[in-house]
Structures are given as C-alpha cells and as structure tokens.
Design a protein around this ligand. Structure first.
Ligand code: FAD
Ligand code: SIN
Length: 539
C-alpha cells in the first residue's frame, strides 16, 4: 500500500538488532566488522533489564564445582521442563562467556589468594549448590552493559539508535510473496522526530527483553512490556511456556520505592527471611530454606503474607558486619538507607514482584525463529534453558551464549551480494491524531492490575477465566484504537502488553497442573505425564 507521507525514510542494513541490552550488544560487537549493523533501543541505550542486574552471571569457574552440577541445579530448578541439550550447551559455554566479558573489560569483583594471585570472587544464589556467580559487587548488569556499549560505540560498522521503537516486522507473507515466510525488515518509529522509518535487513534479531511489566509490581524497568514477543506472534512465530512468569522474592517494600530489587546474593551471603516477630519461616517450606529456588521462596512469602494479612516479610542480614555489607552490597545498602532502612542494623521489609519471563519466542540452538532470517536472543527467547523456573543468574549467561550462536549462524547464512526488495513505506493515510489519550493510560493500568490480581503467584481457573474475559474486551478496544489513530510509543507498547498478557493467560489456562512457577489451586499437584511438555501456542 503506497504511503501518503511526503518523504518516507528507508534504511538498509545487513543486520537489524532490536534491543541494546546484554543480548543485542553482545551480538552486535561479535559480528564481523564488514557487516553494516543497526542496534535500536526504544529509550536510552542503557535502559533495559541488563543495566539493573545485580547478582551476576553464573558459570563453572571453581575447581570444586563441575559442569554436571551446574546442569543438575538448572534442571532441578526448571522442574521437569528444561531441554537437556540446551542446558548442556549453555552451561558448557559458561566459562568461555565469562572470559569473553573479562576480555572486553567487565570489571568483575576479584579476591586475593594467599599466593598473591587473584581470582574472580564467586557468590551464591538460590538453587545453586556451589558458589558460581561472577559479579561486579551488586551492580553486575551496569558493569556488563557499560562495557558492551563502550565497545559498540568504538565500532564504525554499528549504528546505535536510541529512542527508536520497532513497531512490526515486514515479512514476505505480509507482502503476499509466495514461498517460505521470510523476515525482510521492520517498521520503526523514531520517537523524537515522530517519523516512521522502514528498515530493510538481510537478518533481523529480536533482543527486546522480557514482559514483566504486564504486572502491577515488577522489578523490571518500564520498557519490559514484551514488544518483541508480540511482534513475533503477529508475524507468525510460535510462542512457548508463557505461564512461567518468575516473581523475585525480595523487592524492597516501601510506598515510595518503585521496583527496588534486593539481590538474592544477600541470601547467598547469609541473609534470612523473617516475619515481624523474628520467626525464620523458610525452614518450614524447604530444607534449602532461603536458598531454595525462587518459585518456592516467592510462594512461601506470598503464603505468609496472605495467611497473616501482612504488607511484607523481612530480609535480615544484620548479623554480618557493616563493612562486609557495604563491601558486597554497596548499592543495595545505599538504596535501602535512602528509604530509611539500615541493613547493617535491622531487617528490611520485602515483597515479591514480577521479575523474569521464562517463556518466549521459540528458537533453535542457533537462535533461529520460525521465520527465515528472523532470530531471537535474550529474555525474549524461549530456548528451553529455564524450564518451569529459571535459576538465578542463568539469564545473562543465556544472553551471551546465544548471541555467540546467532553470530555463527549469521556468518553461515550471510550472502554478500544479496539484492534486497524495496519495501513499502508505512501507511498513515487513514489515521488521525487521537483525541482520547486517557484510553491508553487507563488500559495500561487495567491490564497490569488484573494480571497482578488474577494471574499472579497463586492462580485459580476462575480467576484466569475472569482475566481472559476482560482481555478479550480490551484487545478489541485496543485494536480498534490502533486502526484509527496515529501511532505513539505508548500505543505501540499497550498493544503489545495486551497481546503478551493474553498469551500468559491462555498458556496458564492450558496447563492443568502446578509446576515450577505456575501454581494453581485447582490443580495443586505436578502431573508426571506433563513433564517435558511445553505449552506451545501457534499463531
Ligand atoms: P534487556 O536488557 O531488557 O534489553 C532490552 C532492550 O530492548 C532495551 O534496549 C530496550 O530499549 C529494547 N527494546 C524493547 N522493545 C523495543 C522495541 N519495540 N523497539 C526498540 N527497542 C526495544 N539476570 C541474571 O542472569 N543475573 C542477575 O543478576 C540478574 N539480575 C536482575 C536484576 C533486575 C532488577 C532485573 C530486572 C533483571 C535481572 N536479571 C538478572 C535478568 C536479566 O537482567 C535479564 O534477563 C537480561 O538482562 C535481559 O537482557 P536482554 O538483552 O534480553 O534484554
Ligand atoms: C538477583 O540479583 O537476585 C537477580 C538475579 C537474577 O535474576 O538472576
């Protein structure tokens, strides 16, 4: 359909990477330098979950640890749904990934040995039976993101485009071209100029992060609303295991604190979960107590809060010295202090919040999706690594390992002299400016609130059906709005948020058992028949 806009902007690149977090940037700087690459971020380049990651990145780096043990822990946490080949692939590549990050300048925390040598300091988190989490104090993500970005900025073949939000993929099927469906590029809104650009690319890569923003309370930054998952779904990709949304057990509870995570490494270094009267309740739920996998700890906290009508439980590391706490958790310590809590002398109030999307766009071990020339990496992807519950610090590892795999795949399939089609520009001929922006903000809030209330840590079929009924109405209303009004980034995000919420509800209704992060009072037991059975939604 020809455009009515006077000057369509068309940009042609070899590789279009949507997302500038650990996944997108690791790929961009790994690709051969003769490729012309564009990396998009819908906000500032650093604004994604990666920047906020605290605990670190897991890998077998200690002589007392083993690949087998990391594999076993990951599979245990994943509660019968991890894909063993993927787990083996990622865990085996772990040490190489950490060494690569060190090479590009990530300042991991080190410890001195008696022989004057220095080694990485490894911390521990839930589900890990060994110390195997490399970290940069408690701001590991910031260290990784800024190191990756500084390398990317130094490469002239990479264009880093902030405030550019991808809207939809352009596929051969959408253009009515027969044969295997191929991704040819994407439409992108330049948020500052409000112009829609048409990107043509030999390869497009989704690295848009997770979907936790569908919940009212989340540890994630604002942009984690599942754009990539929704775009891939609309383009024709299968989406798997969306019912497994992970809730982090310990976010600071304070009326004025938005999304303040308190890293699991605090529990790894001895932090205890207590009720207001000091009772250490986790022992009643799991022999591993505070270091049980996240699904167990978050559910236990939820149960204690519901049982006692509590606003929060408490995380207590006050038995450690102030010097130890400040050395290991300088940012968390400062942050809690800002809200009036001194971790060194008192327990800190905490609640669970939506944190990580274990499901996503289905890929193979090369990061390929169901559509030719379209890849997906990072939290947006479903690779089979996390199963029904991701083990802490396995996510950043997955970002790096799969970025390397996509790099190899693109090298394999790249065609130097491929001729690209001229793609049609975005058509705005039938839309007008919205006169009712309140619809967008209202629907944003409504989705996030009922997802929290009806599709949260503990579910029932009735609540899920209630959520589904509301979702149907909202999807209809949002589609209608989308068809009639000029596009804005809020509208793009709302449309995607609603689609992702619907995928979560549909998947949760399909799984008639409790397993890992999906817990329903109507089917409280794990059904052995459903082990190794993913919930796969076909578009
Ligand atoms: P992100 O880092 O989230 O980046 C997404 C990128 O996509 C951003 O650049 C964003 O602007 C861009 N984007 C999204 N949609 C669009 C669009 N439509 N158009 C253009 N750009 C778009 N994991 C660990 O392994 N260890 C940890 O210690 C750890 N701690 C965490 C702490 C916090 C507070 C949080 C929130 C998560 C943590 N995680 C941790 C999880 C981990 O950080 C994420 O899973 C990982 O960083 C995801 O990386 P990513 O590159 O896939 O996405
Ligand atoms: C944390 O530091 O607790 C987060 C780790 C993770 O989500 O992997």
């Amino acid at each position: 359909m020809p455009s009515s806009s006077p000057a369509p902007i068309a940009i042609s690149v070899d590789v279009l990477i949507i997302g500038s977090g650990a996944a997108g940037l690791s790929l961009a700087i790994s690709l051969p330098k003769h490729l012309n690459i564009a990396v998009l971020s819908k906000l500032e380049l650093t604004e994604g979950s990666t920047f906020y990651a605290q605990g670190g990145i897991s890998a077998v780096l200690d002589k007392a640890d083993s690949v087998k043990s990391h594999i076993d822990d990951t599979m245990n946490a994943g509660a019968g749904l991890c894909h063993p080949t993927t787990v083996k692939h990622v865990v085996e590549k772990g040490p190489e990934a950490i060494h690569w990050l060190e090479e590009i300048g990530v300042p991991f925390t080190r410890k001195d040995n008696n022989d004057g040598d220095s080694k990485l300091h490894l911390t521990r988190e839930g589900g890990h039976s060994h110390r195997r989490v490399a970290h940069a104090a408690d701001a590991s993500g910031r260290a990784i993101e800024t190191s990756l970005l500084s390398v990317a900025k130094s490469q002239s073949n990479i264009s880093l485009l902030d405030y550019h939000i991808a809207i939809d993929f352009i596929t051969s099927q959408r253009l009515g071209i027969e044969g295997q469906n191929k991704c040819l590029g994407a439409y992108v809104l330049d948020i500052k100029s409000q112009k829609i650009k048409t990107f043509t690319a030999q390869f497009s890569v989704i690295a848009t992060g997770g979907c936790s923003k569908v919940y009212l309370y989340t540890s994630n930054p604002d942009g984690s609303n599942g754009d990539g998952v929704a775009m891939a779904w609309r383009a024709g990709c299968r989406i798997a295991n969306m019912e497994f949304m992970q809730f982090h057990p310990t976010c600071l509870y304070h009326p004025h604190a938005k999304s303040q995570l308190i890293t699991e490494a605090v529990r790894g270094e001895g932090g205890k979960l207590r009720l207001a009267n000091g009772y250490r309740f986790m022992k009643d739920y799991d022999p591993r107590a505070e270091l049980a996998p996240r699904d167990i700890v978050a559910r236990a906290i939820d149960n204690e809060m519901k049982k006692g009508g509590l606003d929060s439980v408490f995380l207590d590391i006050s038995h450690r010295s102030k010097a130890f706490i400040i050395e290991h958790f300088p940012n968390v310590y400062k942050n809690c202090l800002k809200f009036g809590y001194d971790m060194a002398v008192e327990p800190v109030p905490v609640v669970p919040a939506a944190h990580y999307t274990c499901g996503g766009i289905m890929t193979d071990l090369e990061g390929r999706t169901d559509i030719d020339q379209l890849y997906c990496i990072g939290e947006a992807a479903f690779t089979g690594l996390h199963g029904a519950n991701r083990m802490a610090s396995n996510s950043l590892l997955e970002c790096i390992v799969f970025a390397k795999a996509v790099n190899q795949s693109i090298i394999k399939y790249y065609q130097a002299n491929s001729r690209s089609l001229t793609l049609p520009a975005w058509d705005e001929s039938r839309v007008t400016d919205s006169d009712e922006l309140v619809v967008i903000s209202h629907n944003w809030d409504e989705v996030r609130r009922f997802m929290w209330d009806y599709v949260g840590i503990v579910r029932t079929t009735k609540r899920l059906q209630r959520a589904r009924n509301r979702m149907k109405l909202l999807l209809f209303e949002i589609d209608d709005y989308y068809a009639n009004f000029r596009i804005t980034s809020d509208l793009i995000e709302l449309r995607n948020l609603a689609i992702v919420a619907d995928l979560i509800i549909t998947s949760a209704l399909e799984r008639k058992e409790s397993r890992g992060l999906h817990y329903t009072l109507d089917y409280p037991e794990t059904d052995p028949e459903l082990a190794n059975q993913d919930t796969i939604l076909e578009p």
